[in-house]
Design a protein around this ligand. Structure first.
Ligand code: FUB
Ligand code: ZN
Length: 653
């Protein structure tokens, strides 16, 4: 893999990166240290969800022997700190900051103190059950946390050159290697929650050490036989008792129902599934394992063609935070966990390394501009765990089956996996703009204003992307090729766009595509390629197999899906209907929601039957009055107080 660096200067994404740096990182740091008085909400009504405090930093201090007390929080509470550290690392890379570096160095020091002499680290087990290390893999999340720690330390080393961070990572990975593997005497099981495989692959990419690749591959390969070990570990007569309460049987929930190479559909817990696929695609790209690659393609197809929301959200049910079945896409009970969308972005990025197909980048873009950004408020201090497509705040409060569907983003969550996950993804968005291959092919996957630099054998190449997309669809790429080798620039043409125009060095050119990319060969010197993407608002319809969306329509402008909110349209959004061929007018509103295009659409409002008129009537007593319906980008919803929201509206002639 080539060493590449992308510096982002994009109007939209730089604003978010600044928000991460100025608001999210300091805010989350205060929360992780319990230094701020906030209300931590349970992500759904469940007694067992710990929501008194975070305690994540204190757990580390206790495990390091620097403080006294009990562990508090989830068994994976450590991962909140690790994801925060990873976000801080990317942010330091983006903009040096001595104060933040000092804090982050302190966290790395603390982690090194909490790490055991043999390399093991996990505060839950160190504090609560040291004799049960790696002895409850179905739910212990030890390797899940380890994976997040590896990712954080590698990012921190990349940003600051910290040797200490790399030493902790190597010691931890070697501890895992010493404990797990096919050899006799080692544990022949994977963690119930995938993630370590991703961390190990990152370690392999930076060190080139085959053993980490082999270990990642091993964890994937033994996934379906892991329940045999889980069962032994939780046998009541093993004399140790069982800490958690999960089933140890092979199950879809944790993707142990089939060998990973035979899995064809997206099953079980959505975050686990996409983290698993991320690692599968990464391993397949390195080893050329065709079975693994084929499974990735099948699962990808199943997700994106049958189980994904128009927003890029995944996970259709709260029960097990999981996938359900094809075309089952309820809009107001769905799950669409923020972490699952983030995982889908990771999966897409690894698929792009595996094969040069723009469909992966199309989905990555859909997810990023919609359900990822909707996961946080515009102030960077409130977060959704669950990202609905339709909300009536009354129902979320009164209907116990909808307790997970919030209409206002909480300040923090009992399970806080999503907020720091958002911070690390946004802070590293530059890593997702281009995909660079060893043969000097550069795929332009996202249209984010930025500058990419990489080395060829004979010199440096810089690709400067100029755009204010998606405000406009104009994308200019200036390539300075200071090497002797030609660069093959593949510019994604979004699948939803039509009537695009392309120019090379100022001259209009055909934009023929191969697998969704328009390729321009750039010889030595400085050359430009320009793409004008037609970015008019469009109507979208779901496949009629999606019972929830039949006779309904959604609007999008470019990659951004739109929604209607009560604030703009009054109550009872279900009474609104969009005119099939009515006008759609866009207006830029600098003053609204940090600057957005608003779409005004011709529609009608059905009158409400007055109270006392009966619930069911034998005649249709509904008046239709013309109404202009106002849409705003979905990711900005819920930033103006509690209100109703819909993406899909009925359509009328
Ligand atoms: O289990 C760790 C994380 O907590 C999962 O990825 C999320 O879905 C949440 O359950
Ligand atoms: Zn989450």
């Amino acid at each position: 893999m080539k060493k590449e660096r992308t510096a982002v200067s994009d109007p939209l994404w730089k604003r978010y990166m600044d928000l991460v740096k100025k608001e999210m990182i300091p805010y989350q740091w205060a929360v992780l240290n319990d230094d701020i008085d906030i209300f931590i909400e349970k992500e759904r009504d469940d007694d067992f969800i710990p929501n008194e405090k975070s305690h994540a930093m204190e757990n580390l201090r206790i495990a390091a022997g620097l403080s006294k007390g009990e562990h508090y929080g989830w068994v994976f509470q450590d991962s909140d700190v690790y994801k925060w550290l990873e976000a801080a690392a990317y942010s330091l890379e983006y903009e040096p900051d001595e104060d933040l570096k000092t804090i982050a160095d302190g966290v790395v020091d603390l982690i090194s103190k909490a790490q055991q002499p043999d390399g093991y680290i996990n505060t839950y087990f160190t504090i609560k059950a040291p004799e049960r290390k790696y002895d409850d893999l179905v739910e212990s999340h030890e390797l899940y946390c380890a994976g997040h720690l590896l990712e954080a330390l590698i990012a921190f080393n990349r940003a600051t050159g910290s040797e200490k961070a790399m030493q902790i990572a190597l010691k931890l990975a070697d501890n895992i290697d010493a404990n797990f593997g096919p050899e006799e005497g080692k544990i022949h099981a994977a963690d119930g929650h995938e993630e370590v495989e991703i961390g190990l692959m990152k370690l392999y990419h930076v060190t080139g050490e085959e053993k980490y690749l082999k270990l990642a591959d091993y964890f994937l390969t033994i996934r379906d036989s892991s329940p045999e070990v889980y069962k032994k570990q939780c046998e009541p007569d093993n004399g140790k008792g069982f800490i958690f309460n999960s089933s140890c049987e092979p199950q879809k929930y944790n993707q142990t129902h089939l060998p990973v190479r035979e899995q064809e559909t997206a099953e079980g817990h959505a975050v686990r599934l996409v983290y698993m696929c991320t690692a599968m695609a990464d391993v397949a790209a390195e080893t050329g394992d065709e079975q693994l690659a084929a499974a990735c393609r099948k699962i990808w197809k199943n997700i994106t063609e049958k189980r994904m929301y128009i927003t890029g959200g995944i996970g259709q049910t709260v029960s097990g935070e999981a996938f359900t079945l094809d075309y089952d896409l309820p809009n107001d009970t769905m799950y669409c966990e923020t972490c699952a969308s983030i995982g889908l972005v990771f999966f897409a990025k690894r698929m792009l390394r595996l094969e040069r197909k723009a469909e992966y980048a199309d989905v990555m873009e859909r997810v990023l501009y919609n359900t990822v950004l909707s996961g946080m408020a515009l102030d960077g201090k409130h977060f959704f765990y669950v990202n609905p497509l339709e909300v009536d705040p009354k129902k979320g409060k009164k209907d116990p089956t909808k307790s997970h569907v919030k209409s206002v983003r909480p300040q923090w969550l009992g399970c806080a996996c999503c907020p720091p996950n958002l911070a690390r993804l946004i802070a590293s968005i530059g890593d997702h703009v281009f995909t660079v291959f060893d043969d000097n092919t550069v795929l332009v996957d996202l249209f984010i204003r930025s500058e990419l630099k990489f080395e060829t054998d004979s010199g440096e190449v810089t690709v400067k992307l100029e755009s204010d997309y998606p405000k406009s669809g104009r994308v200019v790429l200036e390539v300075r090729n200071n090497s002797d080798e030609p660069v093959n620039l593949g510019i994604r043409i979004p699948s939803w766009s039509e009537k695009n125009r392309g120019y090379v060095d100022g001259a209009e050119t055909e934009t023929e595509t191969k697998d969704g990319y328009w390729y321009v060969r750039i010889l030595s010197g400085t050359h430009t390629a320009e793409l004008d993407i037609c970015i008019e608002p469009k109507r979208w319809y779901a496949n009629t197999a999606v019972s929830e969306d039949i006779h309904k329509v959604a609007l999008a402008r470019g990659p951004q899906v739109y929604c209607v909110e009560e604030t703009d349209n009054g109550k009872d959004l279900h009474c609104l209907s969009l005119k099939e061929s009515g006008k759609l007018e866009c207006e830029w509103r600098e003053d609204l929601l940090n600057g957005v295009f608003v779409i005004e659409a011709e529609g009608v409002r059905y009158s409400q039957n007055p109270d006392g008129n009966g619930l069911y009537l034998t005649e249709k007593r509904q008046e239709k009055t013309p109404e202009t319906i106002r849409f705003v980008p979905y990711h900005t919803w819920g930033n103006r107080g509690e209100n109703e929201m819909h993406i899909w509206l009925h359509e009328t002639e």
